[in-house]
Write a protein that binds this ligand. Structure first.
Ligand code: LIP
Length: 284
């Protein structure tokens, strides 16, 4: 286990500073950027993703040389116990390309493989969600999360964040679409509805705020969830595995179910899991 002394508050404030700086690049370029395909024609990346990551990486490396760094565009490696910045320079790249105002900068710090500091900044809506472990979660540094009363959870009255993801065939896609159908249908849970914000980090902040009851996804990575995870946890919500049965997922699990603060969360989670017909599998 790593015992390096780390000043979480200083890091939190610095990550906000970096996110605001990077935010100006996002607002100046959204909707105007050319893009490339990664794994397939719906897995998109722009030159701005790479340049924002390089800006943030160089500043973090200079100020915290002993820390490890994982970033979606340039540093994909396994997480260790070391203090590690885990960042997504643009979470919601498809939103960014389409000028749908839900792209954000997601900056997290993990220590001993757990998320301990998180900042999620959406420069289009001027929202900055942030948290430090054991210190609560906040919107724009002033308003404590959640924003809505933590009423009891129930699947039949839930508004749920889902994403289709970039794999559009195969077993994982079938499990997702069958789960969507079972949650939505009259014969199933008949939930109030689904929303897709197109950004894991923004979905997690919506659950932490209480405007979504839950968010379920398979296929995203540690850089998509690191910052949002601690914001959710500090708001009083919980993160479990998106596959049934695992109450303590890893940051690199790749399958996640986030649930807002509220009574009866265990029942809500087991009810939710009962609608998932099988196990999604993603390479770690
Ligand atoms: C995206 C996520 C989104 C998910 C996509 C992708 P990107 O991140 O935040 O929720 O459905 O598969 O991982 O690529 O915009 O940084």
């Amino acid at each position: 286990m790593n015992k390096m002394a780390v000043n979480y508050e200083e890091i939190h404030d610095y990550l906000i500073e970096l996110a605001l700086e990077a935010g100006a690049v996002l607002t100046a370029n959204t909707g105007t950027s050319a893009y490339d395909d990664k794994a397939n024609a719906v897995d998109l990346v722009t030159a701005i993703d790479a340049s924002v990551e390089s800006l943030i990486k160089s500043k973090l490396r200079a100020k915290y040389p002993a820390f490890d760094f994982i970033g979606e565009e340039s540093e994909k490696h396994a997480l260790s116990d070391l203090p590690t910045f885990i960042i997504d320079p643009i979470d919601g790249t498809t939103n960014f390309i389409h000028a749908f105002p839900f792209s954000c900068i997601s900056l997290g710090l993990a220590v001993n493989r757990k998320s301990v500091v998180g900042v999620v900044h959406n420069p289009h809506l001027n929202t900055t969600y942030s948290a430090i472990v054991n210190n609560g979660a906040y919107l724009n540094s002033t308003t404590r999360l959640p924003l809505t009363p933590a009423t009891p959870l129930s699947l039949s009255s839930a508004l749920i964040g889902i994403e289709w993801g970039t794999d559009r065939d195969g077993t994982n896609f079938k499990i997702k679409t069958d789960t969507f159908k079972s949650l939505a249908s009259k014969q199933g849970a008949m939930v109030h509805g689904f929303r897709s914000l197109g950004s894991a980090a923004q979905n997690l902040c919506a659950v932490a705020s209480g405007s979504l009851d839950a968010y379920w996804e398979g296929g995203c990575y540690a850089w998509d969830v690191c910052a949002g995870w601690i914001i959710l946890q500090e708001a009083g919500g919980r993160m479990v595995d998106g596959n049934p049965g695992n109450w303590k997922p890893d940051l690199e699990e790749r399958t996640y179910l986030a649930v807002r603060p509220g009574a009866d969360s265990e029942k809500f989670i087991t009810d939710f899991w009962s609608h998932i017909p099988g196990k999604m599998f993603y390479q770690s």
